[in-house]
Design a protein around this ligand. Structure first.
Ligand code: 13P
Ligand code: SF4
Length: 376
C-alpha cells in the first residue's frame, strides 16, 4: 500500500534572516488491533534473531516505546540515546526517532549496523540548516566557537567545535562563556536565545526552529494557566520566549519527565511533543497532564504538537526493516570522524559535569534531574 504524503512548512533560514521552506512527511498506516499484536510478536522475535537493540525517543508511538523498554533497549532523550547506542554491546542498533539520531549513533559506533524504520524521517531544524550555507556562515565569523545542536546533519556537526543537546547545552555554553569565548550557535533560535539569556554569552544565532515547539503560544498558555492555577508548567526550550517565560521548569525531555515525578504538584501543563505524555503518565501515575495550546487546531495547525517525522516510525516499518535489513544509515567515514569530535567533547563534558554534581550533592544542578527550574 502506498503511504500518503503530507506537506509541511518549516523555517528555512539564510544566515541571520528567515524564509519558509516546504517539506513532506509520510502518514503512517494504522494496523488493526490484531495486526498490531502480530507485528509486536514478530518484532520481539526479529530483535533476538538479529541480535539487535531498539533505541527509541520519547516522541515516537507509545507501542514502540513499550517494545524498546520490554526488550532491553531504551527510551530516552537525544543525549541518552547517543550514550546508550555507543555503550551497548549489540552489533545492530535500530533507532526509532529521526535521522539525525540515527546518524549520531552511526558516528559514535561506525562498526555497528544502524537501521531506522524510515530514513526519510527528518527534522525541521536539520532541514533549515544546509551544510554548505552553514559552512559559509562559519567562514564569515572565524573568531567564534561553533556550537551546534544535535538536531543537525553529520556534515554540519563536522563543521562544529561542540555539539550539545537540550539537556547539557546551557552548562556547556556557560563554561565556554566563562572562558571568554564568543559563540556561533545553530540551528534553533529559541533554544539559542534561551541559553543566551540565561548565560549572558555573546551568541550569534542561526534562525531555525522546530515546527512542533514553535507553535506553542504564550497568550493561550497564560489563559490556560488561569483556568488551572494549581498546575505547574513544563516547557521544552525549543519553544518561543513567551512560552518559556511562563514555565515553572524548562528542560530536555528527560528533565521534564523528572520534574513531573519530583515536583509536589498533581497537575501539569506540558509544552512539548505529545509523545512524551506516555512516559510521564507511567513515571508519575495519578498526576494529570494537560497539553499546552498550539496555534490552530486539526487542519489549521502545522504539527498539532506531534512531530510529523517522529510519527513516521511505526510497527509495520519497524518489523519490515528488521526482516529485510534495509534502511541502514551510512555516514561518509571522513565526515563521521570529524563530526565525532564535537559529540565526544559533549559526552566527556556531560560525564564530568555529572561527577561534579554528584560530588557536590547538589542534585538541583544535575542535568539528569532538572537544572533549569525557574525560567529566565
Ligand atoms: P531532547 O534532547 O530533549 O530529547 O530533544 C530532542 C528533540 O528535539 C527531539 O525532537
Ligand atoms: Fe525536529 Fe522538532 Fe521533530 Fe524534534 S520535534 S525532530 S526538533 S521537528
Amino acid at each position: 500500500m502506498e503511504a500518503s504524503i503530507r506537506s509541511v512548512e518549516y523555517d528555512r533560514p539564510h544566515g541571520l534572516t528567515c524564509g519558509v521552506g516546504e517539506a513532506w512527511a509520510k502518514v503512517p498506516d494504522a494496523p488493526s488491533a490484531a495486526r498490531k499484536r502480530e507485528l509486536k510478536e514478530q518484532i520481539r522475535a526479529l530483535l533476538k534473531r538479529e541480535k539487535a537493540v531498539l533505541v527509541a525517543h520519547y516522541y515516537v508511538d507509545a507501542e514502540l516505546q513499550e517494545l524498546a523498554d520490554e526488550t532491553g533497549g531504551c527510551v530516552a532523550d537525544s543525549l541518552e540515546m547517543a550514550r546508550f547506542g555507543r555503550d551497548h554491546a549489540a552489533g545492530t542498533l535500530v533507532v526509532a526517532g529521526v535521522r539525525f539520531m540515527g546518524e549520531t549513533a552511526k558516528i559514535l559506533s561506525p562498526e555497528k549496523r544502524v537501521l531506522m524504520p524510515d530514513l526519510d524521517a527528518t527534522c525541521s531544524l536539520d532541514l533549515g540548516c544546509p551544510a554548505d550555507e552553514f559552512s559559509a556562515f562559519c567562514d564569515a565569523h572565524p573568531d567564534r566557537t561553533v556550537v551546534v545542536y544535535a538536531n543537525t546533519s553529520a556534515a554540519v556537526k563536522a563543521r562544529a567545535d561542540w555539539m550539545v543537546t537540550s539537556s547539557i547545552g546551557l552548562e556547556i555554553v556557560a563554561d565556554l562563556h566563562a572562558r571568554g569565548e564568543k559563540i556561533l550557535w545553530a540551528p534553533d533560535r529559541h533554544l539559542g536565545g534561551y541559553i543566551q539569556k540565561k548565560t549572558g554569552a555573546d551568541m550569534l544565532l542561526w534562525q531555525g526552529s522546530c515546527l512542533v515547539h514553535d507553535e506553542f503560544k504564550g497568550i493561550e498558555l497564560d489563559l490556560l494557566r488561569a483556568q488551572y492555577p494549581d498546575a505547574k508548567i513544563l516547557v521544552h526550550p525549543e519553544s518561543p520566549e513567551a512560552v518559556v517565560a511562563l514555565a515553572d521548569v524548562v528542560g530536555s525531555t528527560t528533565q521534564l519527565i523528572d520534574a513531573a515525578v519530583r515536583l509536589d504538584a498533581t497537575r501539569f501543563i506540558v509544552a512539548t511533543d505529545l509523545g512524551i505524555l506516555h512516559k510521564m503518565r507511567l513515571a508519575a501515575p495519578g498526576k494529570t497532564f494537560i497539553e499546552a495550546p498550539t496555534a490552530g487546531n486539526s487542519a489549521t495547525c502545522k504539527s498539532c504538537a506531534h512531530c510529523p517525522w517522529m510519527a513516521m516510525n511505526g510497527l509495520s516499518n519497524l518489523a519490515e526493516v528488521l526482516e529485510r535489513g534495509h534502511n541502514e544509515i551510512s555516514v561518509d567515514p571522513a565526515i563521521g570522524a570529524r563530526a565525532r569530535l564535537p559529540i565526544d567533547r559533549m559526552l566527556d563534558f556531560a560525564a564530568r559535569h555529572k561527577k561534579r554534581v554528584q560530588a557536590s550533592g547538589d542534585l538541583a544542578k544535575d542535568g539528569a534531574l532538572f537544572s533549569n527550574v525557574g525560567a529566565a
